[in-house]
Design a protein around this ligand. Structure first.
Ligand code: UD1
Ligand code: CA
Length: 454
């Protein structure tokens, strides 16, 4: 069986009150349309057609990597009209699946159930019970309980408005039959639109039967029409992800205060994550990693037994086994910490390799540097890596001890086991094993007196 999925994504989404086309708004940092596309990719023998319209070029550019046929609907004259645009792309023997670019949380099992119901004489419809059905098309059944038509809210009479079983819009139908029905749609209705929903009544008149099924949760079929719904579905999605991670053994102190905007590529055992942690991009977490409250990790590889203390931000970096980072540390791109490194509060590290066992515990900026093993960098040490035009490198040898408040004016190198006295401004290379300092001698002025008011 070949599936032809048509994703309707032409609408502007006026209620989003945004210049961004609706389907490009994001859940977990991924455009709504890409959520739908990713689901489609899990369906076998599936050819994907996307009906685009408003903001078309931007939509196509944002999803330029996907494997789908883009079909323009220049004017949005209704969901039926949208499907008509794809008629040349539908083979008679295809099973056509209709999805929506703004319904991001639909599950594969729900789609598979729907597809399994389709036959040459059966249209499969996904419906849902809503206590408050306002705004949705209502599912009208006959005395035998068979679906006979869908009535849109604006066309419904008082009795029909009381129906709480509504149309999700998602359906699957034989390709030839769909093409036959959409060709016969009219726009004689309250909204002057070509309704895809009218296909049901046409198919029933031709002797088709309508099979209906329901999703496991209502959230699966909720669409995004405004910012409030977007945030609601973000939370639903995040909670789902959190549950998956907990099932894999991660301890989340509060799954409602956890966000993953990307993917966890590797996870070890006995990981503990405190509240308000945000993981972005591709993240790997080793065994026994502990992540404190309010930590942000983006594209980071965190090895076994690492302790990340609260309020720390780590981006595009590798943190070696047994290291401790934070609280209040900022690890910037291209940083690599080897094993057992300690980075403390108010320390910023950029594009720097730090070898095993080194400590940078307080108030330092280390950028464009190569730091050896067992180095101790005192509080307030700064690598002056930028002269306003060029970036230069600082090399610090194994076992060096850099006194507090040292400025290392790069390019400069510090020899192995060198000691630099506190408060030094280092402009020349520092020899191994010796004490180097550059500080004015302390003097006391005898007999000096504080000025007094005249
Ligand atoms: C539609 C259904 C309604 C159902 C509801 C579920 C019809 C006539 N009504 O109503 O029964 O309960 O969805 O949410 O189908 N779109 C296009 N081109 C168009 C019109 C719409 O691509 O010309 C796209 C929109 O971008 C959107 C989707 O189709 O993603 C649904 O359109 P919308 O206008 O929101 O449909 P509803 O009026 O909500
Ligand atoms: Ca509409």
């Amino acid at each position: 069986m070949t599936i032809c999925t048509i994703i309707l994504a032409a609408g502007k989404g006026t209620r989003m009150r945004s210049d961004l086309p609706k389907v490009l708004h994001r859940i977990a940092d991924k455009p709504l349309l890409r959520h739908v596309y990713d689901l489609c990719q899990q369906i076998e023998h599936n050819q994907i057609k996307i009906i685009y319209g408003y903001g078309g070029e931007q939509v196509k550019q944002t999803l330029s990597d996907i494997n789908a046929v883009w079909i323009e609907q220049a004017q949005q004259l209704g969901t039926g009209h949208a499907v008509i645009q794809a008629k040349d792309q539908i083979a008679d023997k295809d099973t056509v699946l209709i999805l929506y670019g703004d319904v991001p949380l639909l599950k594969l099992v729900t789609v598979e159930t729907l597809l399994a119901q389709v036959t040459a004489q059966t249209l499969a419809l996904l419906t849902v019970e809503l206590p408050n059905p306002t705004g949705y098309g209502r599912i009208v059944r006959n005395a035998k309980g068979q679906v006979i038509k869908i009535v849109e809210e604006k066309d419904a009479n008082a009795l029909e408005k009381q129906i709480t079983e509504v149309n999700t819009g998602i359906m699957a139908i034989d390709g030839a039959k769909l093409k036959d029905c959409v060709a016969r749609l009219t726009n004689q209705n309250a909204q002057g639109e070509y309704y895809l929903t009218d296909v049901i009544e046409l198919a029933v008149a031709d002797g088709f039967s309508i099979a209906s099924s329901q999703p496991q949760t209502v959230e699966e079929v909720l669409g995004v029409n405004n910012k409030a719904q977007l945030s609601q579905l973000e939370r639903v999605y995040q909670l789902e992800q959190a549950k998956v991670l907990m099932a894999q053994g991660i301890s989340l102190r509060d799954p409602a205060r956890f966000d993953l905007r990307g993917s966890l590529e590797q996870i070890g055992q006995d990981i503990e994550i405190d509240v308000n942690v945000l993981l972005e991009g591709r993240i790997s977490l080793g065994h026994r990693v502990k992540i404190g409250a309010n930590v942000i990790l983006k594209n980071a590889v965190i090895a076994d037994d690492v302790d990340i203390l609260p309020m720390t931000i780590i981006e595009d970096a590798i943190i070696g086994q047994g290291s401790r980072v934070g609280p209040f540390a900022r690890i910037r791109p291209e940083t690599e910490l080897d094993v057992n490194v300690h980075i403390g509060n108010f320390v910023e590290i950029k594009k720097t390799k730090v070898a095993a066992g080194s400590k940078i515990n307080h108030l330092s900026y280390i950028g464009d540097a190569i730091v050896g093993s067992q180095v101790n960098i005192g509080a307030g040490t700064i690598t002056c890596n930028y002269d306003g035009v060029n970036k230069s490198i600082t090399v610090i040898g194994d076992g060096a001890f850099i006194g507090s408040d040292t400025q290392l004016i790069a390019p400069v190198s510090v020899g192995k086991n060198a000691t630099i006295g506190a408060g030094s401004t280092i402009t020349k290379d520092v020899p191994e094993n010796q004490l180097t300092l550059s500080r004015g001698k302390q003097t006391t002025v005898p007999g000096w007196q504080r000025p007094s008011k005249k």
